[in-house]
Structures are given as structure tokens and as C-alpha cells.
Design a protein around this ligand. Structure first.
Ligand code: NI
Ligand code: MN
Length: 273
């Protein structure tokens, strides 16, 4: 009898925990941190940061360059090895004891060079689904048409070296409520975007429009209209340096009349879905 009582008390203590951490609005929150950086907060309050280029982003206000302002981080996703995407990822991983998932070759280099311990740099690749935050948040790596050199300054020689960075990628993240976000990473147009649109049917695409290194506004509009037809599109990766001349306005104009709602977010703006 006493044992039964104890078991039910333990049961009561364990069960309510997920409820305590759930977001009060029961929604997914998408926050743009500038460039290709986003903070996604899940329905149950899990925080995913993608391509955190924060402390060195020239377009951020000084107050937003402070990594403490991000709050807690549960998972870091990096699309490829370029500096404007790896960014503050390793520092955030160590600060929050949160794994940094990236194309496997980049994770290998981060470990081999001593940037991250192996437990914070798990290998991951295109195909299948990973669930590092529990069964109800599903993450898939997809193709991107780009490159992924990892430039690293050797502290012993002071010289820059180029290391393996894996293949560039995008991510499809499906949240607890079924809402699917597709972060495209850095990419040019490719025909398998049609497959990605058909197979994953993302509700929201985070789409680069800068037009140098990545899609131009016209390319992005074509992919949005022909391949994804998402409910929402958020233009990103523009204006951070002088070469990224494409603008959200050009993207919106190129799209014309469409069922997709373009969310031209301000840096640090957050919207819930
Ligand atoms: Ni890049
Ligand atoms: Mn980039």
C-alpha cells in the first residue's frame, strides 16, 4: 500500500514537467537574427538556433551582438562551413552544452581541429530524420547547391588553413504541431527543389535573395512559385555585405500575385505560427 502510494506520488511528479515548459501560446515562434540566422522556439519551448552569425554581423545593433541575449539554446544547426554560417555556433554549443549538427565533414573537422569536443559535434547527413530534441521534432538535411570550405586560423602558425566542410545543406524542421520550416541554407537554383517542395511540403521557407553566392530575387521568386508554394516565405541572406544586393522588395515584385505570404522581417522580429 505504501509502495503504491509512493509510486503514484512519483508519477504525479514526473508527468507535469513537459506542461511546465510548454509555451503558453502553444505555437512555434520564428525569430530572424539577421543574415541567415534564425531562432526557432518549438511548441514545448525547445530552442533551435540555425546558422548563428551574431557577434560579427556588421548589420546587428551592438546590444544584439551579445550572445547572452539569445537566452537558452537546446540545439544548433549549421548549413555549411562558411564563416557567416558557422559563426558563433561552436561558442554557443559550449556555452549551453548543446549539440551542433552540421554536414558530417564539418563536424569531423571541428572535432579534429579541437574546436568542439566530439559529444557536441555529432555527425549528420542528408537523408532520414534525426530527433535530438525528442520524437515530436523531426529534422531532415536536404541538398543545397553551394560549396562548404572551412577556413580556420591555426593558432600555432597564425596562418589560415582550408579544411573539409562537408557538403552544403538545407534543413527541414517539423515541429510538434506539424508546422514545417525549410531553411534553405546558401543555395543557387536546382531542379530537385521541386522534389523538396512535393515531398516535404514546407509551410514556411527561409529563402536567400542576396543574388551573389545565393539565389537572386528572381531565382527565389521562381523557386517559391514553381517549386514550394509555401504559406509563408521569409527572405534572408541579403544586404549583409555590399555584394548581396538583392532585396526583399525585388523578391516580392518578382513573385507577383501568389498565395504565399512574404514576411519581410526586421532583424530580431519574432512571429508565432
Ligand atoms: Ni556560403
Ligand atoms: Mn553565406
Amino acid at each position: 500500500m505504501k509502495q503504491l502510494f509512493l509510486m503514484s506520488v512519483v508519477g504525479l511528479l514526473i508527468l507535469p514537467i513537459p506542461v511546465l515548459h510548454a509555451k503558453p501560446d502553444g505555437k512555434v515562434t520564428v525569430q530572424w537574427l539577421g543574415h541567415a540566422s534564425f531562432k526557432l522556439t518549438s511548441v514545448s519551448g525547445k530552442v533551435i538556433v540555425i546558422d548563428p552569425f551574431i557577434s560579427k554581423n556588421p548589420k546587428l545593433e551592438d546590444e544584439h551582438k551579445d550572445l547572452n541575449k539569445l537566452g537558452k539554446v537546446d540545439l544548433i544547426l549549421v548549413t555549411h562551413a562558411h564563416g557567416d554560417h558557422v559563426g558563433d555556433g561552436p561558442e554557443l554549443a559550449k556555452k549551453h552544452n548543446a549539440p551542433l549538427y552540421a554536414p558530417a565533414g564539418l563536424n569531423d573537422s571541428l572535432v579534429a581541429l579541437g574546436v568542439l569536443p566530439v559529444e557536441l559535434s555529432p555527425r549528420f547527413n542528408k537523408g532520414g530524420v534525426i530527433k535530438p530534441l525528442g520524437d515530436d521534432i523531426k529534422i531532415t538535411m536536404t541538398r543545397a547547391e553551394h560549396s562548404s570550405e572551412f577556413k580556420w586560423t591555426n593558432p600555432q602558425t597564425g596562418k589560415q588553413e582550408i579544411h573539409v566542410g562537408g557538403e552544403p545543406a538545407g534543413f527541414i524542421i517539423e515541429f510538434e504541431n506539424g508546422f514545417k520550416v525549410y531553411h534553405m541554407g546558401d543555395t543557387g537554383l536546382f531542379g530537385d527543389m521541386r522534389f523538396i517542395g512535393e515531398y516535404y511540403q514546407p509551410d514556411m521557407v527561409l529563402i536567400p535573395v542576396g543574388g551573389h553566392f545565393v539565389l537572386s530575387p528572381t531565382d527565389a521568386a521562381y523557386a517559391t512559385r514553381q517549386y514550394f508554394k509555401p504559406k509563408y516565405a521569409v527572405p534572408m541572406h541579403y544586404g549583409t555585405n555590399p555584394r548581396l544586393t538583392g532585396t526583399p522588395e525585388e523578391y516580392i515584385n518578382a513573385l507577383g500575385i501568389t498565395s504565399t505570404k512574404v514576411l519581410n522581417m526586421k532583424i530580431w522580429e519574432a512571429i508565432s505560427f
